[in-house]
Design a protein around this ligand. Structure first.
Ligand code: NAD
Length: 318
C-alpha cells in the first residue's frame, strides 16, 4: 500500500534519509521542519519529486500542523531539540517546549484528524545512569538531562494517546546515531573532533576524561531498523532500543579521527570528570535483544560504524 507519510524534523540528519527511504518505497512524503537545526540542503534532491512536499513550520504552531495533517496515514515524529547538552544560561524549558509540548501538539493534531500510526525517535538518554548493563527496555528510567527527561515525557504522552485514542505507536530509543550529515547545532563527537583538529592540528580538547563509552549506530542502519520494526509489528504499542550491543570510548574515537586525518603529533587535552558535560551519561551499553529477536541486527559494531562515519565526514568536508 502506498502510504501518505508526515515526517516532522524531516530536514534533519536522520529525518531526511528517512524521507528518501520512504519515497523510494513509493510513499507520498510531507516534511514539516522549522530548519532550526536541519538544513534545506538535506532535502535538495527530493524537493522536485512529485510525491514530496516540504512545509517550513514550527511544531509549536498547532495551526501549521493541522494544515499538514489531513490525508496523513502515518506520522514519523523526529523533530526535537537534538542537543543533549544543557549550557549555563540556557532556558530550562527549551527541551520541554521543543520535545514534550511539540509532541503533544503532534499527537493532538493526529487525534483530531483521525491519524492512527506514529513512530517516534526517543533516546537512550531516558535511562540516565544505570547500574545494570546492558540496559534493556524495561530498565528503570532516571534521566539526568532535561533532554532525556522531556523525551521520557513524550513517551508517556504517546502511551496515553495510544490507550485513550487507539494510536498505534513505535517508540525507538536510539543509541548515538552517526553519519555524514552535520546539524546546524548540537554537533556530534566526530564532527566536533574533525572541526577542532582542522583549526588546531597539534592539540585536541576532549570533554571529560575520555573514558566515556557509548553505543554507536550508522544513520542508515537506524532507518533500516525502524522501517523493519514498523513492517514486522503491524499495530499496538512497542518500544525498541536501537543500536549495537557494544560501546566505544571517546578517547578511542579521538585516536581514530587523528589517524584518519593523518596527523602526526596531536596532544590530547582532557577537560576532566566522568561525563563530557552536566547531564551526560558517561558509560552505557544497550540491550538490543528485543529488536534482534524481531529479526533485525546491526551489521556494524560501534567501532566499525564510527570508522565509516569518520571517513564520510572527512569526504563530505573536502
Ligand atoms: P537533527 O537536528 O538533524 O534533526 C531534528 C530536526 O527537527 C531538525 O531538522 C530541526 O530543524 C527540526 N526541528 C526541531 N525543532 C523543531 C520544531 N519545533 N518544529 C519543527 N521542526 C523542528 O537531529 P537528528 O540527529 O537527525 O535527530 C532526529 C531525532 O532523533 C531527534 O528527535 C533526536 O532527539 C533523536 N535522537 C537522535 C540521536 C542522535 O544521535 N542523532 C540520538 C537519540 C535520539
Amino acid at each position: 500500500m502506498t502510504e501518505r507519510i508526515l515526517i516532522t524534523g524531516g530536514a534533519g540528519c536522520i529525518g531526511s534519509d528517512l524521507a528518501k527511504s520512504l519515497l523510494d518505497r513509493g510513499s507520498h512524503v510531507t516534511v514539516i521542519d522549522n530548519l532550526s537545526s536541519g538544513k534545506i540542503e538535506h532535502l535538495r534532491e527530493m524537493l522536485a519529486h512529485e510525491r514530496f512536499r516540504f512545509i517550513e513550520a514550527d511544531l509549536l504552531d498547532r495551526a501549521a500542523i493541522d494544515a499538514a495533517m489531513p490525508g496523513t496515514q502515518m506520522v514519523w515524529h523526529l523533530a526535537a531539540n537534538p542537543d543533549v547538552k544543557y549550557v549555563d544560561g540556557d532556558a530550562t524549558d527549551k527541551d520541554l517546549q521543543q520535545n514534550t509540548i511539540a509532541t503533544y501538539n503532534v499527537l493532538e493534531s493526529m487525534r483530531v484528524h483521525g491519524v492512527k500510526r506514529l513512530a517516534f525517535s526517543s533516546t537512550s538518554a531516558v535511562y540516565g545512569i544505570s547500574e545494570k548493563q546492558p540496559i534493556a527496555e524495561n530498565n528503570p528510567m532516571h534521566p539526568i538531562s532535561l533532554y532525556g527527561a522531556t523525551k521520557l515525557g513524550c513517551e508517556a504522552l504517546i502511551s496515553a494517546f495510544h490507550s485513550l485514542f487507539g494510536i498505534d505507536c513505535w517508540i525507538f530509543r536510539f543509541a548515538n546515531i552517526i553519519g555524514p550529515k552535520v546539524r546546524k547545532k548540537g554537533r556530534t563527537v566526530i564532527g566536533d573532533f574533525v572541526d577542532r583538529l582542522r583549526k588546531d592540528p597539534s592539540c585536541l580538547r576532549i570533554l571529560g576524561n575520555g573514558l566515556q563509552a557509548k553505543s554507536y549506530l550508522l544513520g542508515r542502519e537506524c532507518i533500516e531498523a525502524m522501517l523493519f520494526a514498523v513492517d514486522a509489528v503491524p499495530s499496538g504499542q512497542c518500544i525498541f532500543n536501537l543500536g549495537c550491543p557494544d560501546n566505544l570510548e571517546v578517547r578511542e574515537i579521538a585516536a581514530m579521527v587523528v589517524e584518519a586525518m593523518r596527523l602526526p603529533d596531536v596532544r590530547f587535552e582532557f577537560t576532566g570528570g566522568e561525563g563530557g558535560w552536566p547531564g551526560d551519561v558517561p558509560r552505557f551499553r544497550l540491550d538490543v535483544t528485543a529488536i534482534n529477536q524481531l529479526g533485525w541486527t546491526a551489521r556494524l559494531s560501534s567501532r566499525e560504524a564510527v570508522a565509516i562515519a569518520i571517513r564520510s565526514t572527512l569526504d563530505n568536508a573536502n
